[in-house]
Ligand binder design. Structure first.
Ligand SMILES: Cc1cc2nc3c(=O)[nH]c(=O)nc-3n(C[C@H](O)[C@H](O)[C@H](O)COP(=O)(O)O)c2cc1C
Length: 360
């Protein structure tokens, strides 16, 4: 009831104002939902990190690391902050977020609006030493003369405060950024960021786990190139996926807006790409599945398609702040009902089905 009232109030505001209000609500520290009981069967050890459960907040919600601990308090097993760029930048002109209510989707063309490395680092330094897995998603400034150098700087800056780092080259809203996914560019970028990581580790720091976040609009040959470079450069895993440029089957008035589409219509496409990536990378590499997760069942299906961990963003816009707790509690019930000792036991159970799904 409260959730429905909250949603009605927030949906009467423009999406960016509503987003700001939700961050402000989290900042108050008031409990927005009940505590989620921890469960041994949901724990995932991956890349040297111990996740209390497999569900995380995706990048883009907390771009400036203002509320990572409050997000963990909603029941998420981890939170990814960013995308953060070296210099602050305003992003694209407003309006730049659109709710496609009939489709349970969002189109955004924010363009990496954020307060920059320094501000984000200050906040993360304050929370240093606290429990909870907080990843940092790094990007490049729109007007940077050397975008690869921006990623190197991100690695150097955040290696010691981030639980893991995500190299985000899949936003459709920074012109030319997605070209970094092409083999030659990617080879150079990954060589440079892994070198920056090794440099920080040799200064006495740890080797921070490094993920690559990719688009869902890549063909088979492009995915194979990415998998080969991830293997070759020793990247720890892949996040599949960012928003899509596809507009298949939408009914909402805003369907024609430019930007990246997220939410329910992204589920099948991103899950199929996730399964393909799992087949290419083999059993050992880490994969985080994201795109259209909005229930326990959709979260479990990402794991069945090959994901070790799952993230969501748009689902919370439509279902409210109790969604992560409900999904995690649902996972515990599922493990109980199926007699699983670990939720990981269902990984890859529907890999063949999802890898065979047609997407154009
Ligand atoms: C408003 C908005 C802003 C986003 N900003 C970022 C971002 O800064 N960096 C990033 O890697 N992904 C960003 N994303 C993409 C999400 O992290 C996620 O990959 C995508 O939305 C698919 O998941 P979902 O369907 O659960 O939303 C953003 C998504 C939305 C809706």
């Amino acid at each position: 009831m409260l959730g429905r009232l909250g949603r009605r109030a927030l949906f009467s505001l423009d999406p960016e104002t509503a987003h700001g209000l939700s961050i402000a609500a989290l900042k108050t520290g008031l409990p927005l939902c009940g505590r989620v009981a921890p469960d041994e069967r949901l724990k995932i050890s991956l890349c040297g990190l111990d996740f209390p459960n497999p569900l995380g907040m995706a990048a883009g919600y907390d771009k400036n690391a203002e509320v990572p601990d409050a997000l963990l308090g909603l029941g998420f097993g981890f939170a990814e902050v960013g995308t953060v760029t070296p210099l602050p930048q305003p992003g694209n002109p407003k309006p730049r977020i659109f709710r496609l209510t009939r489709d349970e989707a969002v189109i955004n063309r924010l363009g990496f609006n954020n307060e920059g490395h320094e501000r984000c680092l200050e906040r993360l330094l304050i929370r240093r030493g606290r429990q909870g897995i907080v990843g940092v998603n790094i990007g490049a400034n729109k007007d940077s003369p050397d975008r690869m150098a921006d990623y190197e700087e991100g690695v150097r800056r955040f290696a010691s405060v981030a639980s893991y780092l995500t190299v985000n080259i899949s936003s459709p809203n920074t012109p030319g950024l997605r070209a970094m996914q092409l083999r030659e560019n990617l080879a150079e970028l990954l060589a440079r960021v892994t070198a920056a990581r090794a440099e920080r580790a040799s200064d006495g720091g740890r080797t921070v786990p490094l993920f690559l976040k990719i688009a869902p609009d890549l063909g088979g040959a492009e995915l194979a190139d990415i998998a080969a470079e991830v293997e070759d450069k020793g990247v720890d895993g892949v996040i599949v996926s960012n928003t899509t440029l596809s507009r298949d089957g939408l009914r909402s008035a805003f369907a024609g807006e430019a930007g990246g589409l997220s939410g329910k219509p992204l589920f099948a496409r991103s899950t199929a790409v996730l399964a393909r990536m799992r087949k290419l990378l083999g059993r050992e590499k880490a994969i985080i599945g994201v795109g259209g997760v909005r229930s326990t069942e959709t979260a479990l299906e990402k794991i069945r398609a090959g994901a070790d961990l799952v993230q969501l963003y748009t689902g919370m816009i439509y279902c409210g702040p109790t969604l992560p707790g409900r999904i995690v509690t649902g996972m515990t019930r599922f493990a109980e009902a199926e007699g699983l000792s670990s939720i990981r036991d269902i990984r890859d159970a529907r890999l063949a089905y999802w890898a065979g799904q047609h997407i154009d």
